[in-house]
Design a protein around this ligand. Structure first.
Ligand code: ADP
Ligand code: ADP
Length: 228
């Protein structure tokens, strides 16, 4: 589903953010991306979401070579992706419903289809009763659920999250990770960047660890190495 082949990313500043990254994420996998601040996690996700382009190497996603993607094709490419941000980037001048409906309006859905899909997404994140609320009135965990509902409302094949639990306590963080697991269980390929090692260890999934732009670990951490 996702292949990085010898990918380098050097920013205009001269900073090498990623160095010779090769990795594969099969369709239906759930993978955590970890590493200290500055290790290159966000850069890797920005390459995946075609916000940035690699300096060297190639990236294949859902059969598309991102190097060959023209700028005009990027919006279409991104329909394969659901993207969840740490600060969820909700709009506080409209309802929960309208926040989640945004990607559908862009895709040109009928009003009836929008209602059906928004409620299906709200149902999956457990917030059906909050559709008329303004997101500013919701708790941090609920706001992040709205962010996830918005990311999945288009039924993307790939769900990408950058530090989705960065502002949440351990209990809520665990619940959000469980939601990602639930989407993975119905076939969505999930990639979550997080520096919360304890939380990641508890999920017992494949982990990719970056350090100073290099991939230094790719595997499923053993119980012994990460007792929780
Ligand atoms: P992480 O998400 O793991 O904290 P980043 O991908 O944000 O790491 O950053 C990796 C490296 O690239 C860091 O040294 C960071 O300072 C640098 N970097 C990130 N974004 C830019 C940018 N737009 N221009 C120049 N350097 C950047
Ligand atoms: P409908 O088929 O009426 O659109 P749903 O929108 O509830 O019904 O989705 C049908 C099934 O597809 C559900 O089990 C749902 O969990 C699953 N599914 C598959 N891919 C995704 C995705 N990317 N986001 C959300 N649900 C998905």
């Amino acid at each position: 589903m996702i292949t990085f082949d010898n990918v380098n990313k050097r920013y205009a500043s001269g900073q090498d953010a990623l160095v010779r990254i090769s990795l594969e994420v099969p369709r239906g996998d759930m993978v955590f991306l970890t590493g200290h601040s500055g290790a290159g996690k966000s850069t890797l996700l920005r390459l995946l979401t075609a916000i940035e382009r690699p300096t060297k190497g190639s990236i294949l996603v859902a059969g598309q070579n991102l190097n060959r993607l023209r700028n005009s094709q990027i919006p279409y490419y991104r329909r394969n992706l659901g993207i969840v941000f740490q600060n969820h980037q909700l709009l506080f001048d409209r309802s929960v419903f309208d926040n989640i409906a945004l990607p559908l309006a862009v895709a040109g859905c009928s009003k009836r289809e929008v209602g059906r899909r928004v409620r299906a997404a709200l149902d999956k994140v457990g917030l059906l009763d909050k559709e008329k609320h303004n997101p500013i009135t919701l708790s941090g965990g609920e706001q992040q659920r709205v962010g996830i509902a918005r990311a999945v409302v288009n039924k993307p094949a790939i769900l990408v999250a950058d530090e989705p639990t960065g502002n949440l306590d351990p209990q809520l963080s665990q619940e959000i990770m469980q939601l990602f697991s639930d989407f993975n269980a119905v076939g969505v390929t999930v990639l979550v960047a997080s520096h919360d090692l304890e939380l990641i260890a508890r999920m017992r999934r494949r982990v990719l660890t970056l350090q100073a732009g290099q991939l230094i670990y790719d595997g499923v951490p053993s119980r012994e190495a990460h007792p929780v």
